[in-house]
Design a binder for this molecule. Structure first.
Ligand SMILES: Nc1nc2c(ncn2[C@@H]2O[C@H](COP(=O)(O)OP(=O)(O)O[C@H]3O[C@H](CO)[C@@H](O)[C@H](O)[C@@H]3O)[C@@H](O)[C@H]2O)c(=O)[nH]1
Length: 401
């Protein structure tokens, strides 16, 4: 097994999609050969102390400080840069430190980089330093391939979901009580609160849903720059029917899904297409929990569901359409249940972290890997989670428990 250096701008205990992606894959790599360089974050020391591999913490944009020395001391021969925008810029430095095989991953933000001339040129310039760049979804692949041509190899490395942690049948009553949600239907969204996730559109649509379902409640879990704006907007447009609890602990998160009847991620492209969804891990979590999902079209988001079977794909900027789809699912619990059951079955078969980790491990070894992830079907390969990290939760600081 090669000695592996992982450079990431996104690592627990900070919550977020690239953080989840990095964590679930890193914890499946052999620990005695692993060094992670990650940003400082409140509570990180306590989190790192429970891991069986070292994590070196730096200021987010100063991850490169001492990188060459660290890589040399670790004797790293392979490297993984977990988010190409902006950390692909470190690739030449990592190569110079003696890393002879380097993999980079892209998510959603790289599409914005490719759509803007200077950052596109920068990514094109460093692309040959990678043996392979991974993409999340076929929805993001086209633009990445068009921008990079044959400057590096492109291979799919999609996210996945922990279908044991997120599963049907958990008890959501404590969450309902905590937030005074009552007995009516609950619509849930979980995400970092940034504009492209579209919660402003959801709040525009919501009064129409409440008009038809007066006991319905909307819960928007997560934190971010738009939270206070959303809180004000909710108080104005649909007072008493919307809860924004902020960040919830990793331990508590599955119970929020359990408290809900429908999940929604109303994402859309923003900033003239510079901000795009890569896939949508929270959508997979909701399906794993057995919820029907309503998803806005943006980048790779259509691949996070089977439209009509596990949920409904919408143009979230058409708020009347969004309200109509939410209303239909709340009005027809049989259809909602059918979609939730299909979604659970689908993610259990297709979206496994073990399968994704096996692909990453093969890429790092230089073993042959097909460009696209295999289609659905139970995965027989078994990259086991090490016991030492099995019980470690990515984020525990909870303002809601
Ligand atoms: N515990 C906890 N987890 C949270 C919270 N808020 C968000 N999360 C977690 O953060 C993740 C959000 O991931 P995504 O829905 O995928 O969104 P993202 O942060 O924009 O992620 C980006 O990278 C992903 C991975 O490649 C992409 O799937 C996604 O589309 C996007 O490009 C999910 O695992 C979700 O459970 C919170 O308050 N508490």
């Amino acid at each position: 097994m090669p000695r592996t250096l992982v450079i990431t701008g996104h690592f627990p205990p900070e919550p977020g999609g690239v953080q989840t992606f990095t964590w679930e894959l890193v914890r499946r790599l052999p620990a005695d050969r692993l060094l992670v360089v990650a940003p400082a974050w409140p509570g990180a020391a306590r989190f790192d102390a429970r891991l069986d591999f070292p994590v070196v913490r730096r200021h987010a944009y100063l991850l490169f400080r001492g990188l060459r020395r660290l890589a040399a001391r670790h004797g790293a021969d392979v490297g993984w840069i977990t988010a190409a925008a902006p950390f692909a810029m470190y690739a030449p430095l990592v190569r110079a430190a003696g890393v002879h095989r380097l993999i980079g991953s892209t998510h959603g933000q790289e599409l914005g980089w490719f759509r803007c001339a200077p950052t596109r040129a920068a990514l094109r310039a460093v692309a040959p330093a990678f043996d392979a760049l991974t993409f999340l979804s076929m929805g993001t692949r086209g633009e990445i391939a068009a921008a990079l041509g044959d400057r590096t190899r492109l291979v799919q490395l999609a996210g996945a979901v922990d279908a044991v942690r997120f599963r049907p049948g958990l008890d959501g009553r404590a969450v309902r009580r905590r937030h005074g949600l009552g007995q009516g239907p609950v619509v849930l969204s979980v995400s970092r609160l940034v504009r492209r996730k579209g919660h402003d559109l959801l709040l525009d649509a919501w009064p129409d849903v409440v008009r038809r379902h007066p006991d319905a409640r909307l819960v928007i879990v997560g934190d971010g720059p738009t939270r206070s704006h959303l809180t004000d907007r909710a108080a104005r447009t649909a007072p008493g029917t919307v809860t924004l609890p902020g960040t919830v602990s990793a331990a508590d998160l599955p119970r929020y899904y359990a408290a809900a009847d429908v999940f929604v991620l109303p994402c859309r492209d923003t900033r003239g297409g510079l901000q795009v969804e890569g896939l949508g891990l929270s959508v997979l979590e909701a399906s794993a929990a057995g919820l029907p999902v309503v998803v806005g079209r943006s980048g790779g988001s259509p691949e996070s569901l089977i439209d009509g079977r596990t949920g409904v794909l919408v143009d979230a900027s058409r708020t009347d359409g969004l309200a109509g789809v939410l209303h239909e699912l709340l009005a027809d619990p049989g259809r909602a249940r059918f979609m939730g059951e299909n979604g659970r079955r689908w993610v259990c078969e297709k979206w496994t972290w073990d399968r994704a980790a096996a692909r990453l491990a093969a890429l790092l070894r230089g073993a042959p890997v097909a460009e696209a992830s295999p289609e659905a079907g139970p995965d027989r390969r078994d990259v086991r989670l090490r016991d030492a990290v099995r019980g470690v939760e990515p984020a525990w600081d909870s303002r809601s428990s």
